[in-house]
Ligand binder design. Sequence first.
Ligand code: ZN
Length: 604
Amino acid sequence: MKPPIRYEIFPSHPEAHLFEVRCTAADPDPAGQKFSLPTWIPGSYLIREFAKNVVRIRASSGRRIVPITKLDKNTWQIAPTDGPVTVTMEVYAWDLSVRGAHLDTTHAFFNGPSVFLKVEGREGDPCEVEILPPKGARYRNWRIATAMRRKGAKPYGFGTYQAANYDDLIDHPVEIGTFELATFMACGVPHDIAITGRHRADMGRLCHDLKVLCETQIRFFGEPAPMERYVFLVTAVGDGYGGLEHRASTALLCSRDDLPQKGVEAVTNGYRTFLGLCSHEYFHTWNVKRIKPAAFTPYDLGNENYTTLLWAFEGITSYYDNLFLVRSGLISGNAYLESVAKSITSVLRGSGRRKQTVTESSFDAWIKYYRQDENAPNAAVSYYVKGSLVALCLDLLIRQQTSGRKSLDHVMRALWKRHGLKDIGVEENGIEPLAEQVTGLKLRRFFHQALRETSELPLGKLLAGVGIDMEIRRAESSQDKGGKRASKPEKALAQRVNLGIRTTDNCSELKITHVLDGGAAQKAGLAAGDTIVALDELRVTPKTFEGRLGSYRPGETVQTHAFRRDELLVLNVTLAAPPADTCVLTVNDDRSAATLRRRWLGTI
Ligand SMILES: [Zn+2]
């Protein structure tokens, strides 16, 4: 058996946010071993250049210092040696996100790509990691939460952990500190939830709800579950949201108010958001971590890894995340329809949907979705949100054309059997023929339109087929995200005016973040970054802006004072009624469609 690549990670200076990380190769390349750090982390499609956080690096063999040469931004080569070599790095960790590493005197968190060097040519070798505690009495109570397999370390303890190879090594984020821990079993598999950060969550309820959710998903793909254990690593903060999927765990960042509070029985909007995030990342355990694009097998960790399939891996996952909350009995069918209506609204509000297809959006994730600028709504469409609507349409189409005998569920299970279980990547053109085969339907036209064109999805027609009316109305206020019936008649909504802008909502000034294509603001010459200070010579703030606009009618012109940088502009803006871009879904009494709907969503 090959000797393992040995790693050691030590929070050497928590107060300076520094880890000391060692990597030892027992039999390095005699020509001079190369080491590299990934430039991105799987699941988050942006080049992040983790090597930028390497503060110091040195190499040694026994007691001898070995010269080290940097070859490019993330690769180092050591001089030829004839014995084991150790590379020691000091890594700066001050990124409180699910994608990087974070260390201070309250806790430590790291993802492998930020801290573990890849020994070039030895990616398949087994790995061992010794996780050491920081020095000092204040860290006495720290323990470890990770799904990495233990080798000698006690449960939740410091010591040695192991991984099958480098890819496995960097797929287990690690939380170290005084997190709150709770455990539950789902289909015989132990699940941990470790929460870092101050919070007052009802851990009993969390375990109860996550157990139902996890069991529903495991049974969907079929027992046994593909992992031996699973860990939810949660960081609770004042305001934050994010998740990253792994084979046997997920790292989540959430607002502490989104966690269920003791004594509150209802599923609040915040808790629904949190459960949806958990459901999303858990579904990835199958869809993207095991059913993978062929383009990701193996990952190219030094460069962008292009695929047109993120609409499926993120979009289908986004479709199922809230759907599994309904199937688990955690939210009602009506609450689900409200979330779908909000997704439809969000896509309708960006004219980018008419310019970028969902496959283009997938391919360009690296430079567009992950690097959104002020023009994003006018230029791009989200492969998450539109992808989830493509999945919705596909599911409803299959259900209707097979009279309920087949659904997207069958396609997902076939993907699991043919690709996930067998560890065979999904080719770029792999999903469409498989869906046709599984359902016996001709879906080529649907896929072409949904994936490679920018025309509107056939949502209204397909929803009508399951007895749901889709209404597209004008927004009632800037807070109106869709999903609910308007409190005023359409005639009144058509009398409202709108500038066609988005603004920051956490600022004392009315700063424009986005100017929407074809809107009143764009026509008048306002731009992103401008600060509106007055309308018709009356001062406006974020608080008073909407009320002030309420006294105008479509067609009227308002003199607008705004600053662009430090220059005052005076512009005449001709106001327009808000566009019809807000979706509401309601169940109708079409009896012929009720059976199909019940099979899809249960009784509403
Ligand atoms: Zn995702």
